[in-house]
Design a protein around this ligand. Structure first.
Ligand code: CA
Length: 234
């Protein structure tokens, strides 16, 4: 369960790092804090935390660079990241999500909210295969192995974040049917967490680009949501 998960907190402001560590420890998480991007990457590589809370405003190497580096490395790619930022700008939000953050909180944030978000991200990351083991979902060139939680397009592996994976499975399982952003949020995120529906768009955008030409199978239904092309599964 989430209660024994190890969380790496990357934050150079000691007061905030201590506050976050206090609340996470109280919830039963094992917590380590580091204050720089270099230390963060080293800790992620050596300790393989279950989740990283990453401040974007760090000295020297920025949080963006840490995230970019993590998403570039196959062995670190799947570690969920919740980003913290003092910036409220929409551009920052989009940039964070495009780089593969799983969730995003703007300072000042409530520690309780952070704990809820972390719990939700961890549940998603650890969610059991949607329906039984050994099951495969196939649609055109896309193949999803529901027990290995892996995806290939034309036989080539595609590395997806847990959020992108759950979005793809949700779309393919309801192939041919339109799903609203709200429905996709509930499928891929946690229903109790307030996330803007815009977030869905950002993740879909990244998912499409990772799927290459097969990304065109995910249709935008204007004013409503998304649909995976094809006829409904029998
Ligand atoms: Ca900072």
């Amino acid at each position: 369960m989430a209660a024994t998960a190890q969380v790496l907190v990357v934050e150079d402001e000691r007061d905030i790092a201590a506050l976050v560590a206090y609340h996470l420890t109280k919830e039963g998480f094992r917590v380590r804090t580091v204050g720089s991007g270099d230390d963060a990457l080293e800790a992620v590589r050596n300790e393989r935390p279950d989740l990283v809370v990453l401040d974007l405003m760090l000295p020297e190497m920025s949080g963006y660079e840490v995230l970019q580096e993590m998403r570039r490395r196959p062995e670190l790619q799947e570690v969920p990241v919740v980003v913290l930022t003092a910036r409220r700008g929409e551009a920052d939000r989009i940039k964070g999500l495009e780089l593969g953050a799983d969730d995003y909180l703007t300072k000042p944030f409530s520690p309780q909210e952070l704990v809820l978000r972390i719990g939700a991200v961890l549940r998603r990351a650890r969610a059991a295969p949607v329906s039984g083991s050994g099951r495969m979902l196939r649609s055109g060139p896309i193949q999803v192995d529901l027990s290995a939680l892996s995806v290939t397009v034309d036989g080539e592996p595609v590395e997806l974040t847990p959020t992108e994976y759950r979005l793809l499975v949700s779309l393919i399982e309801r192939k041919g049917r339109v799903q609203s952003r709200r429905q996709l949020l509930q499928a891929a995120w946690d229903i109790h967490v307030q996330i803007e529906t815009r977030t869905v768009d950002m993740h879909i955008q990244r998912l499409r680009s990772k799927l290459g030409d097969a990304g065109e199978l995910i249709e935008t239904v204007r004013g409503f949501g998304y649909r995976f092309k094809g006829s409904e599964a029998p």
